[in-house]
Design a protein around this ligand. Structure first.
Ligand SMILES: *Cc1c(COP(=O)(O)O)cnc(C)c1O
Length: 368
């Protein structure tokens, strides 16, 4: 096998999905499984489906195209580029939208293909990424959408915590439900879907404060890590180690802990600060910032400490376990979202799908 490798355990992803889909179902919430972190992996998409997901969401239309044969609904989660309107209608059943010109383009393409494309109108309740911010504009845009023949306004939605780091609350998601009610009464129509955000919105289920009326969540992080980042809590029974990075040691040497000489900026324009901890045994693994992110990973062997990295080198302190490692050995890491995203996107990281069932594992649980 070529290294570094990202090892993906599908049964852990499936189990995570089952647990979360069931929790959400008990609140009347349908889960869209957001696959963008896995870079179009059909295996991971299937694990979501096996776990009970009936809609797959992705930010990239190429990824949805790769899922064409999978028998579920597809949602484009990034508001579409007008230049990709035709592909959006072709490969997605539904898309999140905030611009009437784009929605008109989608309608036109849908009419050409003899389809009806579903639109979820995005409303910005404070995170200041995508969506209509001022309520009057919402009703103006709804009125325009209702005139179009190729699209159907199936729902409204919002996204939180991604840009402005705003925490979902009964107030901000409640506002979404209020707007839904007003649209329904103003226009005498039925809004089927109220899409209440991403994994961070699960914190309202934890607090039992999810506003009534929210009936869809779009979940990526929670399904792959079992993690709700906004409260930094784990969903009981889920696995955080469905993804592991395995990297090879290319150097082991005893060296000082503090670099010697005058300090400038490092390769990433930071001025590094090192404490003098005396001599240590340091290992270098052949992986770096280009293909993963050392700030978002953790060695499974707790005796190992990550010291830092450059584009292609990961520097570790292995003083506490120096007897156990030699050049050529492999070191495994549990990955957080950003590291998974980068590993999955990198063509230099080998993808290894582990098809074994969870029961065959020693049930080693990390960080739970
Ligand atoms: C990425 C994304 C999601 C999924 O986010 P997670 O935090 O990974 O659950 C949902 N909706 C939109 C619009 C997104 O961009």
């Amino acid at each position: 096998m070529r290294y570094p490798v990202i090892e993906i355990n599908l049964s852990k992803i499936r189990r995570n999905t089952e647990i979360i889909v069931n929790i959400c179902r008990s609140y009347g919430i349908d889960v869209v499984g957001v696959t963008k972190v896995s870079n179009g992996s059909i295996d991971i998409a299937k694990a979501f489906i096996d776990g009970g997901v009936r809609t797959l969401g992705d930010s990239k239309i190429e990824n949805l195209k790769a899922f064409e044969s999978l028998p579920v609904k597809k949602m484009l989660t990034r508001i579409p580029m007008i230049s990709e309107a035709e592909d959006v209608v072709r490969y997605a059943h539904v898309s999140l939208n905030s611009e009437i010109e784009v929605i008109k383009a989608l309608s036109m393409e849908a009419e050409k293909l003899g389809k009806i494309h579903e639109v979820i109108l995005m409303i910005d309740v404070g995170d200041l990424r995508e969506g209509i911010y001022y309520e009057d504009e919402v009703y103006e845009v709804v009125e325009e959408i209702l005139k179009l023949k190729g699209v159907k306004l199936t729902g409204i939605g919002t996204n939180l915590t991604c840009f402005g780091a705003i925490i979902p609350s009964k107030e901000n998601l409640g506002k979404l439900v209020d707007i839904k009610n007003k649209i329904e009464s103003n226009f005498n129509i039925n809004i089927e879907v109220v899409s209440g955000g991403n994994s961070s919105s699960l914190c309202l289920i934890q607090k039992d404060e999810m506003p009534k009326g929210i009936n869809q969540l779009r979940l990526g992080t929670a399904l792959i890590l079992g993690l709700i980042e906004v409260t930094w809590t784990r969903i009981p029974g889920t696995y955080i180690d469905a993804f592991k990075l395995i990297a090879e040691i290319v150097e082991i040497k005893q060296k000082p802990s503090k670099p010697i000489g005058e300090v400038a900026m490092d390769a990433f324009r930071n001025i590094p600060v090192f404490k003098d901890e005396g001599e240590m045994v340091r290992a270098i693994c052949a992986v770096g910032k280009q293909d993963c992110d050392p700030n978002f990973m953790e060695p499974i062997d707790k005796r190992i400490r990550i010291l830092g990295s450059s584009s292609d080198h990961l520097i570790l302190d292995i003083t506490k376990c120096k007897e156990d490692y030699k050049v050529g050995d492999k070191i495994s890491f549990v990955l957080d979202y950003v590291a998974i995203l980068r590993c999955m996107t990198s063509s230099h990281v080998e993808k290894y799908i582990d098809y074994r069932e969870i029961e065959e594992y020693a049930m080693r649980r990390v960080n739970s």
